[in-house]
Design a protein around this ligand. Structure first.
Ligand code: ATP
Ligand code: MG
Length: 566
């Protein structure tokens, strides 16, 4: 597994990855007249996830770097699983990441007529045939990697009969599954994908764009390379599982191409993240079983989920950049993603004060009814971020955890007879406390020293602890949702005899209803991100309303899991 220490530092110049090397060689040899044209080809059958983000950053990234273009192409050859909702979400996600595709989005379905004509061409060349056998029979005859396959009895059909049958398939004269069109290649090829692969299947299904026009649909392998060719793609980047499809990608192009130009398929390792499931099927199951509250639940590794969680486009692009492009499958520690996110938020978010588990602190020697404004820096990491004024008064809220009745010696927060500084304000000393009928701490009483005001006071005693606080009379109520990893296991989907759902983290969402935040946050808009001082990074949730603020925890300030696992 890749660890934090393996990450190149942000400012370090990285050497070219292998795909950039190929592109530079092609540019040197003038293979495509210096053209670089990539595409990102999602199937609109689910929301995009962080793995897709890696592919987006790579495809759009190299195009940008070499002054080229990148297409967005919906690979919509499978009408039964595809929906317009997914098309919309995919476009939104790509744009949000900061990329713009060349032209309008493309659709494999725009090429159905051309693909059909190419299939007819292959039949006429004698390298494609209609097989009447059921799918199970065809699978059985495929053989195994060590045993050659068996040729179909329909393999030797005449060209005329094939043309006639394929047209009848197209007209919808046969039921689903009754026939397929296959390429006639080699039933004893060591590459199983070359054993007369299926090119077309019969499907009486409504397509999200072409409606009921088509009764036959091309398979991925018969659509992808040709779509690349139609669009003038130079480098067709895909994940490693397609390496074994490459001979077929090239074989289909060989059958139809007469020009010098042809796209080249190049495979890279897919992104796997620890503590995360990334298969669309599994993500759909989480949604359908109500384990999460939708594709954009902040615990989902979808781009929509990460966005709602408070991830920034910059953090995802940096992450993608810094993990590089690998040729071998590997697993990246999800801690790296969180690390890169903190790095970004640390620079860009304002520090504010929020108390998640409030307890009242009354400063008995502070004048009743008085409010003063203390000045606090917005972000020490960003000199241009300025400062703001926060009200301070006689009654405040502090965190319950920041007070202990009977503390050990090294406890530097508040306790009877001990002193702390209230961030940006005064030094206070706790004098006594009250418990409620349940024995829970309800109020702390303390005294302050007016000479100790931060910055301007004449006395600046050295106190070890500084606490965040919120003025009680002006505090704004908020709900805070503490999100954590959805799975407790490093490789939830990697167990032979157990389901990923066995490893759900029961504490992946903890809702705190009675939080108190400083009044400046009443103006916060959906999506705004903040550092709650001493606690972590938070953003305003999409369900937040003017009088019912909801914050999501994006990440805690430090990696709690790293500690737990030591
Ligand atoms: P499936 O095909 O099972 O529905 P998929 O995740 O491959 O799922 P696609 O929509 O086909 O989904 O993927 C679009 C592009 O994103 C493809 O080029 C694919 O290789 C790439 N991609 C998908 N998952 C990852 C990943 N984990 N890391 C990097 N690239 C990925
Ligand atoms: Mg795929």
């Amino acid at each position: 597994m890749s660890l934090l220490s393996d990450l190149p530092r942000d400012e370090e110049k990285r050497s070219l990855h292998f795909i950039e090397q190929i592109i530079e060689e092609d540019n040197l040899s003038n293979k495509h007249q210096g053209r670089v044209h990539t595409r990102f080809p999602p199937e609109p059958n689910g929301y995009l996830h962080i793995g897709h983000a890696k592919s987006i950053c790579l495809n759009f990234g190299v195009a940008e770097k070499y002054g080229g273009k990148c297409n967005l192409r919906f690979d919509d050859t499978n009408p039964e699983k595809e929906e317009e909702e997914y098309v919309q979400s995919i476009m939104e996600d790509v744009r949000w990441l900061g990329f713009q595709w060349d032209n309008e989005p493309y659709y494999a379905s725009d090429y159905f007529q051309q693909l059909y004509e190419w299939a007819v061409l292959l039949i006429k060349k004698g390298v494609a045939y209609v097989d009447d056998q059921p799918q199970e029979m065809i699978s059985q005859q495929r053989g195994t990697p060590t045993r050659p396959g068996i040729e179909s009895p329909f393999r030797t059909r005449s060209i005329e009969e094939n043309l006639h049958l394929f047209e009848a398939m197209k007209r919808g004269e046969f039921p689903n599954g009754s026939r397929v069109l296959r390429a006639k290649i080699d039933m004893s090829s060591p590459n199983m994908h070359m054993r007369d692969p299926v090119m077309y299947r019969i499907l009486h299904a409504e397509h999200h764009r072409t409606g009921n026009i088509w009764k036959i649909y091309p398979m991925y392998d018969f659509a992808h390379g040709q779509s690349d060719y139609i669009e003038g793609i130079t480098h067709s980047l895909c994940t490693l599982e397609f390496e074994v499809h490459r001979p077929l990608y090239d074989w289909f192009l060989d059958q139809i191409i007469e020009t010098e130009y042809r796209p080249r398929q190049i495979e890279f390792a897919r992104l796997n993240l620890s503590y995360t499931v990334m298969s669309k099927r599994k993500l759909l199951e989480l949604v359908q079983k109500g384990i999460v509250k939708g594709w954009d639940d902040p615990r989902m590794p979808t781009i929509a989920g990460l966005r709602r969680r408070g991830y920034t486009p910059a953090s995802i692009r940096n992450f993608s950049d810094r993990i590089g492009v690998a040729k071998r499958d590997n697993v990246i520690d999800v801690g790296l993603l969180e690390f890169v996110l903190r790095e970004d938020l640390n620079k860009t978010t304002n520090r504010v004060m929020a108390v998640l588990n409030p307890v009242r602190l009354v400063i008995t020697n502070y004048p009743e009814g008085q409010t003063e404004w203390v000045e606090l820096e917005n972000n020490p990491e960003d000199t241009e971020s300025g400062s703001r004024h926060v009200p301070f008064g006689r009654e405040l809220y502090i965190e319950k955890d920041d007070f202990m009745i009977d503390p050990p010696k090294k406890y530097f927060r508040l306790a009877p007879d001990r002193e702390v500084r209230l961030k940006g304000a005064y030094v206070v000393k706790a004098v006594r406390y009250e418990l409620d009928d349940k024995g829970e701490l309800s109020t702390i009483y303390g005294v302050y020293d007016p000479e100790t005001k931060s910055g301007s006071g004449t006395k600046q005693p050295k106190v070890k602890g500084t606490l965040h606080w919120v003025d009680a009379s002006s505090a704004v109520d908020a709900e805070v949702r503490l999100y954590d990893r959805l799975f407790m296991d490093e490789d939830p989907a990697g167990h032979k005899d157990r389901d990923a759902l066995d490893f759900l983290n029961p504490d992946s969402l903890v809702i705190l209803k009675n939080c108190k935040v400083e009044p400046s946050l009443a103006q916060a808009q959906i999506g705004d991100t903040f550092q709650f001082q001493r606690i972590g990074y938070f953003c305003v949730d999409t369900e937040s309303q003017k009088d019912a603020l909801v914050f999501n925890r994006t990440v805690p300030l430090r990696d709690n899991w790293a500690k737990l696992n030591k």
